[in-house]
Design a protein around this ligand. Sequence first.
Ligand SMILES: NC(=O)c1ccc[n+]([C@@H]2O[C@H](COP(=O)([O-])OP(=O)(O)OC[C@H]3O[C@@H](n4cnc5c(N)ncnc54)[C@H](OP(=O)(O)O)[C@@H]3O)[C@@H](O)[C@H]2O)c1
Length: 293
Amino acid sequence: MNDANTDQTAVVFGGKRGLLGQALVQTLQEQGWRVCALGREDVDVDSQEALTDLLSRLRPGAVFNTVAYTQVDAAETDVQNARLLNQSFPCRLGRALPSPEIPVVHFSTDFVFGGDQRTPYTPLDTPRPGTVYGKTKLEGEKALLQLDLRRLFIVRTAWLFGPGKENFVSKMLKLSAEHSRLRVVHDQIGSPTYTLDLAAYTLHLLEKTPAGLYHIANSGRASWCELASEALALYGSSCQVEAITAAEYPQQAVRPAYSVLDNTAFSQATGIKPRPWPQALRDYIYLSVECSG
Ligand SMILES: NC(=O)c1ccc[n+]([C@@H]2O[C@H](COP(=O)([O-])OP(=O)(O)OC[C@H]3O[C@@H](n4cnc5c(N)ncnc54)[C@H](OP(=O)(O)O)[C@@H]3O)[C@@H](O)[C@H]2O)c1
């Protein structure tokens, strides 16, 4: 518990039911913050006036934005709504802040990268998104960066798993109970990341770290197939995992073949080295088993 934070309200957009939002709320509360968790019923994402009004009433000590249009395939055809949530909303949120000095953490994605390189992406690498989701998220970053916010942190993260909401790992565990074999893509490589780790790492940014763009993910890399195999092994499942290519599992949005994130800038700024994803996965699986058992 950090007593220094007890008189501050952290406002978490997406904090009621979002995958990352819930982890942030839990972690902020554990660290002594007063937290205001907002769901979609509390926020009119389309109205600058309503947002300005909301934030002037809440008088936040820090703002976290996890609101996003995260359905990567649906975004390909629902472009208008993807733009509204991923691009226009962050900009409105930035403009609605009562003061440019208030720390704002906005989350973005590894999908801003095209997947054409084979070494981990740093914040200095040039984004080349190939999906509507990635393009609109990148536009959201740019819109925020154009505002004169003194303590803006843009955090790109990737491949989230954690408690409170369905995610890739929980889906695999559920499917493993219903099937003896799962076919999972092996030629897309990324950075699996535990939401509770990400939330804890993110809060370190607020402690004297220079504002800017950071990549934060658990360390290591995996394909979806490796992540599923490790999760099922930890879960004690006898379900087999078969590696397939992305071409054998066609999806509307073409995901990057490689989107591993390089945490070095974050580690240099904070002194924190994110732990390897298999360790984090073990905590998550054991937590899931405990909760269901
Ligand atoms: N999930 C991943 O693997 C992943 C990977 C890389 C980056 N990210 C980024 O991390 C952030 C959090 O992702 P997540 O997986 O936690 O997202 P999520 O679980 O899908 O949550 C998205 C949030 O957006 C809110 N939202 C959606 N439509 C809304 C609307 N019309 N009005 C108001 N709020 C609305 C939802 O509110 P309700 O809860 O009220 O419905 C929800 O809390 C996002 O910026 C995402 O781009 C995620």
